[in-house]
Write a protein that binds this ligand. Structure first.
Ligand SMILES: *Cc1c(COP(=O)(O)O)cnc(C)c1O
Length: 398
């Protein structure tokens, strides 16, 4: 048997894949499963973006570009942030990567030496800890409480910083909780970063998917002095429904971005060329298309929240952004169904899949053992069907 690299013992396949595979297998058998698992919007990519990529293909734009992305796309990215945020970045402070995930991974690869710590607030996106480990760093978890809206305070962050702390990851709105940080806390986080000289990895992939008043802004908007320490990380996956295009980016310190570009040049090279042409059209147009999507997402969120009010054993915070609800189902723990006693979020997930034929994701792999995550990237009819099934299953618990 082959001996794999030592680093493979540090990481695991996405634990959410098992449930997705099970749900798929049930569907293949003809069982009608309502899927709340997907972490991607159900809307189609805007036509003008597709057209731009098709035109690029027709015009023969099928060759390598610069490893960190086409110069005109990086310039368009900088112009987009100037227009929407009033922030000044140069081409040398920008990089296009193969999705936001790749951008985050390259940040960590560029930054971390063995023993360097990255502060990751819980509940977290499942990839942050494993990427940190792959890059040789040490994840340090900053535990948040549901009663505090799954948000940490600047003091709690400050208390976890050590001489080995390299960075903190801030994802607002959050996947999985939908939590959004208020301006005062963001200013506090910026103050800690400056005082302790740590990098803020600012994952704003859900910035445009926000249900509150006004709009959310990038961290340096709230404190311009934290800009040199901030790595803005985002992409087109969620706001343009372009998950499969694999276009993400980072804006920030030139030295870090250059290091990321070197990593890219020796690993993936450039993101797909005609996808970059689609991205160019998207960034030049902006996010004007998103209004109707938000209205639809909000109606779905509200339908789920209203249902959770009625279903015994479930309680749920109101998410202010992203397209997930993250209910607490610990009220089911200790209860029995035909498959046994529900002891944890994995059991709750199995119960919902088998008893209700509803696919959700357990909270454990997100660092939240009392919760489950439901994505509402599916039509209202399916959502209603899922709600009815969950209510019936919950009522049958003993
Ligand atoms: C979806 C997502 C990303 C980026 O995804 P890509 O498809 O790689 O662009 C980054 N962070 C979070 C929290 C996400 O949910």
């Amino acid at each position: 048997m082959v001996k794999l690299a030592d680093r493979m013992s540090l990481i695991k396949p996405s634990p959410t894949l098992a449930i997705t595979a099970k749900a798929k297998a049930m569907k293949a058998e003809g069982i009608d499963v309502v899927g709340f698992g997907a972490g991607e919007p159900d809307f189609d990519t805007p036509d003008f973006v597709k057209e731009a990529a098709i035109t690029a293909l027709r015009e023969g734009k099928t060759k390598y570009t610069d490893a960190p992305g086409m110069p005109e796309l990086r310039d368009a990215l900088c112009a987009f942030y100037k227009r929407t945020e009033g922030l000044d970045y140069t081409r040398a402070e920008s990089i296009i990567s193969v999705g936001g995930k790749h951008a985050l991974y390259n940040i960590l690869m560029a930054l971390l030496s063995p023993g360097d710590e990255v502060i990751i607030p819980t509940p977290y996106w499942v990839s942050y800890p494993d990427m940190t480990l792959l890059a040789g760093g040490t994840p340090v978890f900053l535990k948040t409480e549901e009663k505090n809206g799954f948000r940490f305070t600047a003091d709690e962050l400050d208390a976890l910083v050590t001489p080995r702390t390299k960075a903190v990851v801030v994802n607002s709105p959050s996947n999985p909780s939908g939590a959004v940080y208020d301006v005062a806390t963001l200013k506090g986080i910026a103050a800690v970063a400056k005082k302790r000289n740590i990098i803020v990895i600012w994952d704003e992939i859900y910035k445009d998917v926000y249900y509150g008043e006004g709009r959310l802004r990038s961290l340096p908007h709230y404190d311009p002095e934290v800009k040199p320490l901030t790595l803005i990380c985002s992409g087109l996956a969620k706001n343009f429904s372009m998950t499969g295009w694999r276009i993400g980016w980072v804006l920030g310190d030139k030295e870090i971005v250059t290091a990321m570009s070197t990593i890219q040049g020796q690993s993936t090279s450039n993101p797909v060329t005609f996808a970059q042409y689609g991205a160019l059209a998207a960034l030049n147009a902006g996010t004007g298309h998103i209004g109707p999507w938000l209205a639809e997402f909000r109606a779905r969120r509200d339908a789920l929240l209203a249902a959770f009010e009625r279903i015994p054993g479930i309680s749920c915070l109101k998410p202010e952004g992203a397209f997930y609800v993250f209910p607490n189902i610990s009220g089911w723990y200790g209860k029995k169904w035909s498959g046994g006693v529900i002891k944890d979020s994995y059991d709750a997930t199995t119960f919902l899949l088998q008893e209700a034929r509803v696919a959700v994701v357990p909270g454990d792999p997100f660092g939240a053992p009392d919760n489950i995550r439901l994505s509402y990237a599916l039509g209202m009819d399916e959502i209603q069907k899922g709600i009815d099934r969950m209510a019936a299953a919950a009522a049958s618990l003993k």
